[in-house]
Design a binder for this molecule. Sequence first.
Ligand code: COA
Length: 425
Amino acid sequence: MMKALEGVRILDFTHVQSGPTCTQLLAWFGADVIKVERPGTGDATRGQLQDVEGADSLYFTMLNHNKRSITLDTKTKDGREILEGLIKVCDVLVENFAPGALDRMGFSWERINELNPAMIVASIKGFGPGPYADCKVYENVAQCTGGAASTTGFLGGLPLVTGAQIGDSGSGLHLCLGIVTALFHRTKTGTGQKVSVAMQDGVLNLCRVKLRDQQRLQSGPLTEYSQYGEGIDFDDAVPRAGNDSGGGQPGRILKCKGWENDPNAYIYFIAQAPVWEAICDVIGEPGWKTHPDYAKPKARLTRLNQIFERIEAWTMQYTKFEAMEILNKLNVPCGPILSMKEIAEDESLKATGTLVEVDHPVRGPYLSVGNPIKLSASPAEVRRSPLLGEHNEEILRDVLSYDDARVAAVTASGAMGNPQQLAAE
Ligand code: COA
C-alpha cells in the first residue's frame, strides 16, 4: 500500500520536541525524513532524562520514529557542502533553531531558495515578529505567553501549566499542516515558500475559547463559570475557571468510589441540557425535572455548585468505570480521569495502534504513542528511532550519489564526526 507522503524527502534540522513532533508525523505518513544532527551529541534529547545508561532516552526515541540520522558539522566546509547537496534534493527543510541560527550557519531563506527554488522551508520559533522575536523559548514559556497559564488553575491560585505539550507538540502539529498545505500549493505553482509557526500563536490558537470569553466579559459576567454562581465579581481579564467546562454545557470533575486513596478516582461529568431529565432520574431527583429552580438551564447556572454536589453524592457510590457505564447508556457526556498507568495498559488503544510497543537495539522494547491520525489508505507503521549517525554512509551514497572515494574523503575530513570514532563504530 502506498504511503500518502511517499516520494517526499524532508531535511529534518529539528531538535528537542516541537520540530521532531512535526517531522515524525511526516515520516509516519511515508516521507523520507533525514535528520541532521551535530556529531558527537546529536539532538540534545538523546541524552536528556536518560533511564537506561548509554541508550537514547525515551524523550528522543518517542519523538524520532521512522527517521534516518546523519551527523554533520554544518559549520565545516565539507559539512556545508553536504548540507547544500541535501537542500538540492529534498522537498522540505524543517528547523526549530533559536532565531537567526540558520542564517548564522549561512543558510538564509535567500540562499536556500537559490539552491532549490522549489524547497519549502518550515520553521518554529517561540514568537513571531515583534518585541520578543529574538527570544529562545521552551514549552512552558509558550504556555505562559499564549494565554494558557493565565486561564488554567483555580480562582485565587497560581497560574498553571498543563501536562499536554500544547506549546511544543502543538506547534509541531501546526507546522505539519502548514507543510502539507505548502506541498499542495507547490503541486500547482512549482515553487517553495516559507512556513512559520510561532509557539505563542499556536498556544493562543488552542486557547481560542478564552479570547472568546475575554470579549464576552464586556457584555457581563461569564455565567457558566463557577464564580458567577458563587457571587464573586469578575475582573477585567478572563479568570482561571478550575475544572469548569469551556463550552456552553456546565461540567465538573466529580469524586467516584475510592477517591480517598486513588488520586484518579474521578469522572468528568457534563450536565448537558438535552439529557437533564435522565440525569435527574438517575441521581434520584426526579422533582428537579419540573422545579422552576432546576428545570431550565438558565435557572441552574446560579446553582451549579449545589447541583454538582448532589450529582457527586451519586457518582461517589460507583467506581469511575461503573459510573461511565451507567451514564453512557443515558447519553450523558462523561469520561473517567485515566492515569498514565491505566492508559499504558489500555488494550483498545493498543489495538488501534495509538499505543505501540517498539523494539530498540540498545534499550530494548518500550511503549510509545503511535500516529494518532489514521489514514485508511496509508496506515502508519512505527519503526524505531535511528541511532546517532546510523545512516551516514547510506545517505551519502543513496541520496547524494557519493562514490567510495568521496565517502572516504568526507569521513576523513571530520565533518561527520571524529574519524577514528566513526571507523570504530
Ligand atoms: N552543526 C553545527 N552547528 C550546529 C548544528 C550542526 N549540525 N546543529 C546546531 N548547531 C548550532 C546552531 O547553529 C547554534 O549555533 P549559533 O548559536 O552559533 O548560531 C547552536 O548549535 C545552538 O542552537 P540553538 O537552537 O540556539 O540551541 P539551544 O540549545 O541554545 O536552544 C531552543 C534551544 C529550543 C531554546 C532554541 O533552539 C529555540 O528557541 N528554538 C525555537 C523554539 C522551539 O522550537 N522551542 C521548543 C523546543 S522543544
